[in-house]
Design a protein around this ligand. Structure first.
Ligand code: NDP
Length: 247
């Protein structure tokens, strides 16, 4: 029980990596606020409760700062503290830079980068008061370590998350709050299922481990960063990519 009685908020946790993170934290003893824009947070929370764990479904569009503040307030009122925030909500709509319009760019930056700002800003007062907190930002190898075609907006947002992680980590270390990022490589999720069979195969061949990653393989790293085992780690990025960026 690595995060026993800790209270966690996970954004975009109705499916995919976020859902796996919510399950993993709950299994390790945390009370989890399952938040998402899609409505799927309700089913995810039900599934977690069916395991005998505590889960609270809350609708949260991370681009809406007021909504983020309300979610933080509700979680605090329900569970009495906020220990862990996982900024997971993110989108990756493929588009060449040539075809990309201002609205495409703005949407990705709003959700991936500004959403991370909004939720971090909303929980920090509670974490500061407690003098304890763990913030884990889901970045990507895209942008931070390698380029990906047709994802220049996404690459910019994910590299931005890394800069944000380092900057905030420095400011809040004195309150006992650690801020880290995880950079997954290709992971099989509902989001990546829109890719063509050919693209899926090309990526598989580029993976030294010979397969795509699983959401649970990202979730286990998040659990470590959310636990007291990682007390001396802050402002860092952990690559979880099966060796993709080694070549
Ligand atoms: P999915 O698309 O499978 O799931 C993302 C969830 O976030 C969906 O439920 C989605 O809802 C929700 N969401 C979308 N917009 C918002 C918003 N404005 N506010 C709150 N929730 C929102 O994504 P993945 O699980 O694949 O990815 C999760 C994170 O991991 C993302 O940040 C992604 O960039 C990152 N990542 C993923 C990789 C991968 O290969 N899968 C690799 C590297 C990083 P809806 O379905 O309604 O849009």
């Amino acid at each position: 029980m690595k995060v026993k009685d800790r209270v966690a908020i996970i954004t975009g946790s109705g499916q995919g990596i976020g859902k796996a993170i919510a399950f993993a934290l709950a299994r390790e003893g945390a009370k989890v606020a399952v938040t998402d824009i899609s409505g799927k947070e309700v089913d995810t929370a039900k599934e977690i409760k069916a395991l005998g764990k505590e889960a609270l479904p809350l609708k949260l569009d991370v681009t809406n700062y007021l909504e983020a503040q309300n979610v933080a307030k509700k979680v605090y009122e329900s569970f009495g503290r906020i220990d862990i925030l996982v900024n997971n909500a993110g989108i990756y709509p493929f588009k060449s830079f040539e075809d990309m319009e201002e609205k495409d760019w703005d949407r990705v930056i709003q959700i991936n980068l500004k959403g991370t700002f909004n939720c971090t800003k909303a929980v920090l007062p509670y974490m500061k008061e407690q003098r304890y907190g763990r913030i884990i930002n889901i970045s990507s190898i895209a942008g931070t370590f390698v380029g990906f075609s047709n994802l220049s907006h996404y690459c910019a947002s994910k590299a931005g998350i890394m800069g944000f992680t380092r900057g905030v980590a420095l400011e809040v270390a004195k309150y006992g709050i650690c801020v880290n990022a995880v950079a997954p490589g290709p992971i099989e999720t509902p989001g990546t299922q829109v890719m063509s069979e050919e693209a899926v195969e090309v990526i598989k061949r580029a993976m030294p481990i010979g397969r795509w990653g699983k959401p649970e393989e990202v979730a286990s790293v998040v659990v470590f960063l959310a636990s007291e085992d990682s007390s001396l780690i802050t402002g860092q990025i952990v690559v979880v990519d099966g060796g993709y960026t080694l070549q």
